[in-house]
Design a protein around this ligand. Structure first.
Ligand code: CA
Length: 696
């Protein structure tokens, strides 16, 4: 009897502990690597191999026609949404604008907790570069990890959202930013940064202890000044591939996106960025490969020591970074089983590597690409076309700096053997005539040391969803899209591929044929990749709706024609199921901001030119759009009365004092009244000039 009471007591304690601490399952690498766990979505790419393939089959080619909205959560304060949600034990976690992390009941959409890292308070009084969106989170142990625009890495208690630790990964005086998801593995959490174009930056990744937030190791992507001594032999080796005083330009290589942990081989892969500045003639004047720019670099996950690398663009000079997803799979190539690594970077080639060694197995063009004719499999190096380096001053090159593929995740379905790849078709004219050896980039003013402009009519800019066979290196099927910048993809054992588009359509395609089998009009562009999960045997598909990212920011013309004007449409999280019958409040129609005319304002053209220069120099275009034409991520200044003459005081408050910091608008304390006047002339000139444009 005594014996059974004892057990009953223990059982009660266990029950109490489970109930009071909620879902305390400690997530480890075996969990994250488990392909058979269909209920959760534990990591950015679902599992450690980043395939974004779910074994769920309830929603399939036949049943998907019945799919409808099961629940939705409106996010009225949010702007661009680009993140991949995680789902753990029935709770969904995702990142919104200004890096706010929310946990919601994955069954109902009810908000359980919210963590606001108060980015605006952190950056007040500092110059900042970058964006206020972020691509996602990482889970490990009992924690959720998030990174902020301003460079903090934070650990949150998964149950309560309580901040457990927070660490700075770079100083606020550095022209760096983070838009990427951290990557947790083996008790460490890794993060890099962006900023290659924001000033003279030297890229690196850092790994921190998941429990304490202590720095475990740091790997620099490019070598520093030799006079300061190299960190290790790897940097000494890398320095052999540079020339001139590259360190004065930073070198770049910033790892802002792709981090993959290979649980099977116990290796970490990072995708590295392009050079700072882009133009190699200035960065490394006597050439050289410039390691480890534009590479997949394999590191020891425990120490950060270099293992191997494969460089996709030796001596890069077109912003062709290799920051795109790194997907792991077992492939059979010519009868041989291969531990493969798949990578489709900006440069337009699809690469398959043997990830034990980094050896190139195959590489073929997956998009319009003319900078290189092919990749020489014997040397692993691209064969560049004559003139591609714009040595003669100007050259039309495919792809553009937006890349043939950007951060929009590709997925791999082991049942079809196909990769579902969001593709961009666009060229650019590269012009370096106005740059000489005296050129220097300035922190927070940035620059690329080459002019570029869209090489084709903006309306020729198109997208494509393609199914790519990584074994034969051929396209199997294609869905042409009139707009580029569609979301990342999800694929399932139900024989489906899901993708959202810039035009607001969220569709399911037959994974084998590419046939459209279901479409939902979300009424607002979709940039975030969909996920799927299951609770009590019921399958759900979720996607964040909220046009976002660089193209959505108006970095190139085209986005504004979609009509996703700033502040008009409600951002929301949509979740679908086969039983879903909810109606979602309709979005307003596409809206096209009408440039305002200040009738008695006389534009002074030389002041307007000065203002145009300031608009570029301070990277205003990065959110408000090139030519002051907003893509929707920030107000269209041509349609803002703020630039009317009588609004001087409020304008000072916003531009100089940072009064809209809470919306992600940095303050520019050094901006003089004369410069504000020049900006006003520029905005008024653009408003007056463009009133005849009607994108409808
Ligand atoms: Ca770049």
């Amino acid at each position: 009897m005594k014996h059974s009471i004892h057990y009953f007591a223990l059982f009660s304690i266990w029950l109490f502990a489970t109930a009071s601490s909620g879902q305390t399952r400690l997530i480890n690498d075996k969990d994250i690597a488990d392909e058979t766990n269909s209920e959760d979505w534990l990591a950015y790419g679902r599992t450690h191999n980043e395939q974004r393939y779910s074994p769920l089959t309830q929603i399939n080619q036949k049943s998907v026609a019945k799919m409808g909205v099961d629940w939705h959560l409106d996010l009225p304060g949010d702007v661009g949404l680009v993140s991949t949600p995680l789902v753990i034990d029935g709770v969904m976690y995702f990142t919104g604008s200004m890096n706010i992390v929310r946990a919601v009941d994955a069954l109902t959409g009810a908000v359980l907790w919210q963590h606001d890292p108060k980015v605006a308070e952190e950056v007040v009084g500092h110059k900042r570069a970058g964006w206020v969106h972020n691509r996602g989170l990482s889970a490990y142990g009992n924690k959720i990890f998030a990174a902020t625009w301003d460079g903090r890495l934070q650990a949150l208690d998964r149950n309560s959202g309580k901040l457990l630790w927070s660490t700075r990964t770079f100083g606020l005086e550095e022209p760096l930013y983070i838009t990427g998801a951290p990557k947790a593995f083996k008790g460490k959490v890794l993060i890099g940064n962006g900023g290659t174009e924001a000033g003279p930056t030297r890229g690196y990744v850092s790994a921190y202890d998941t429990e304490t937030g202590e720095l475990a190791w740091r790997f620099y992507i490019v070598p520093g000044n030799p006079e300061d001594g190299f960190e290790d032999e790897t940097m000494e080796m890398a320095a052999e591939t540079w020339s001139g005083n590259w360190w004065e330009h930073g070198g770049g290589g910033n790892a802002w996106h792709a981090f993959t942990y290979d649980e099977e081989l116990d290796q970490l892969y990072i995708g590295t960025g392009n050079g700072s500045p882009w133009n190699q003639k200035l960065r490394s004047p006597d050439g050289g490969d410039n390691l480890f720019l534009c590479s997949v670099v394999a590191l020891d996950p425990d120490t950060g020591e270099y293992l191997w690398h494969y460089q996709t663009v030796p001596g890069e000079t077109w912003d062709y970074n290799s920051n795109m997803d790194i997907v792991l799979a077992d492939l059979t190539l010519e009868g041989r089983d291969v531990k493969a690594l798949m990578h489709a970077p900006k440069n337009g080639f699809f690469y398959v590597l043997d990830r034990r060694t980094g050896t190139l197995l195959s590489a073929e063009k997956f998009a319009d690409t003319n900078w290189a004719t092919h990749i020489d499999l014997a040397t692993g190096r691209p064969v560049e076309r004559q003139g591609a380096r714009y040595e003669d001053g100007s050259e039309n090159i495919f792809p553009s700096p937006f890349g043939a593929h950007s951060w929009h995740a590709m997925s791999y379905n082991p049942k079809t053997g196909l990769v579902y790849l969001p593709t961009i078709h666009l060229s650019a004219d590269f012009i370096d005539e106005s740059y000489n050896t005296q050129w220097r980039s300035v922190a927070f003013e940035g620059g690329t040391a080459v002019d570029w402009s869209q090489g084709a009519d903006p309306r020729d800019y198109s997208g494509e969803l393609q199914a790519w066979d990584p074994v034969t290196q051929q396209k199997r099927w294609s869905v042409p899209q009139s707009d580029p910048w569609a979301s990342g993809t999800l694929t399932t054992a139900g024989g489906l591929v899901f993708q959202g588009e810039a035009n607001g359509h969220f569709s399911a395609y037959d994974a084998s044929s590419g046939e459209t089998v279901w479409t939902f009009d979300a009424g607002l562009g979709i940039s975030a990749p969909p996920i799927t999960y299951a609770i009590d045997g019921k399958q759900y598909v979720s996607v964040l709706v909220g046009y976002g990212g660089g193209y959505a920011s108006g970095l190139t013309p085209g986005s504004e024609r979609l009509g996703w004007a700033y502040g008009v449409h409600t951002r929301r999280l949509l979740t679908f199921s086969l039983e879903g019958k909810k109606t979602v409040p309709q979005q307003p129609a596409p809206h096209y901001p009408e440039p305002l005319i200040e009738a008695d304002f006389a534009v002074n053209n030389s002041l307007a030119e000065k203002g145009a220069g300031l608009f570029i120099q301070h990277a205003c275009y990065a959110c408000h759009g090139l030519g002051a034409i907003s893509g929707g991520m920030a107000p269209d200044l041509r349609a803002s009365a703020m630039f009317f003459s009588e609004m001087t005081q409020p304008l000072r408050g916003i531009v100089r004092e940072g009064k809209r910091l809470d919306r992600g608008m940095p303050g520019y304390p050094d901006m003089s009244d004369a410069e504000l006047v020049a900006l006003r002339h520029y905005i008024r000139r653009e408003a007056h000039a463009q009133t005849d444009i009607n994108w409808e």
